[in-house]
Design a binder for this molecule. Sequence first.
Ligand SMILES: [Zn+2]
Length: 431
Amino acid sequence: MSTCSKTAQYFASIRSSAKALTAFFEAFPKGGDIHHHALGALLPEAIWAKGGRFWANAEGQLSASAQPGFLPLYSYNKSEMLANWSIKGASKEGRAQQFFNFFGKIAPIFQGQEGYWLGQIAQQAAAENILYVETLIEAPAARQELWSWTQGWSSQPANFEGWTQSLLHYGIEDLIQEVLAEIAGWQADYQALEGPKAQLGLQWYAVRTYPLPMVFAQLYLAFQLAQQSDWVLAVNLVGPEHAELSQAEFEGQMQALRYLKQLFPSVSLALHAGELRPDILAGRPYQNPIEQAIQLGAKRIGHGVGLPLERDAAACLQMMKERAIPLELLLTSNAFILGLPAEQHPFSTYLAAEVPIVLASDDPALLATSLSQEYCLLAQNSQLSYEDFKQLSFNSIRYSFLSEEEKENLEQELKKAFLSFEDRKINPINH
Ligand SMILES: [Zn+2]
């Protein structure tokens, strides 16, 4: 029997043991984690360790300077403070809101230290046998600048050409150069880091919970950065899809993306689409975000939970299969934010329709999960075989936004990692 089929046999034998599955998937070579938010990957322990110069309030909101209601971070009880920075400390009530609040709490410690934190992310990933992380990031100072510029711009009617002229008038060209210089600095920090580290690529995001002119301004910056920086590989749209403004401006946001895709045809787009369930929509109409994302040319669909609500789910599945658009499956995230247990997730519908799937962690530290744990969770909630899981691992390289050459290199590395994994003692049947 080959080492591969022995490993498959071993895997089949441990499916009901959570402990054995955890050990198995920690060692299992996981190609990439390609739906991953940098801010959501800051481990509470690491935030604490780096937070010596910060102030905090009792809810864990950090601040770089003293302000009313804030005390020096280290005057708090450590474990109580750490509970503020992951869902371990969250109550079941209003969990979507709590989740999205987490980012603002810890953002001050990330700002200005991006290179350091990206290095941490790359090292954590390598320790977990992940070869590549495609992480979502932005520059808050640039967002602040765009926010100050776009105040008072009217959304009615949407005027993408006029808004572009205004952005140029305010000096967006200079802002783009400043952010490119910042990104180059992060990249230099990351490259200088010694020891094992995963390869990194960035997706630049716009936050969708703003008035349309501001979403357009962020997207314009994101497309420019993806066009000009070799480290920014794609554009994405983040923030709660169910929020009032995200819903009210949804059509306009899709039009903005369509407009910018025509202006920057070579820029890749991935979209959070259908991170929605009827109860979280609270009576607002479902606007077919999965179909819209596909029509826009998104190359990957994040979450896709809303599939059963789409007006033509079968057509969505057909298009995703034909165009090889994968579903980014984010089980723990959906369980927490949407209250959707893994066994009720529509991933099996995607699988049955032969839509490619990539498994990712979304916000591993905030969600107190890891890519390895996501593999475990899927193993416990599906009949997928060892070969299927291997396929998922390779998918996460194949559907990344790396160049063909970089993908080939990583695929070779992944093949080697599997040869050594399948020969290891984790599998007692081998030895
Ligand atoms: Zn996400």
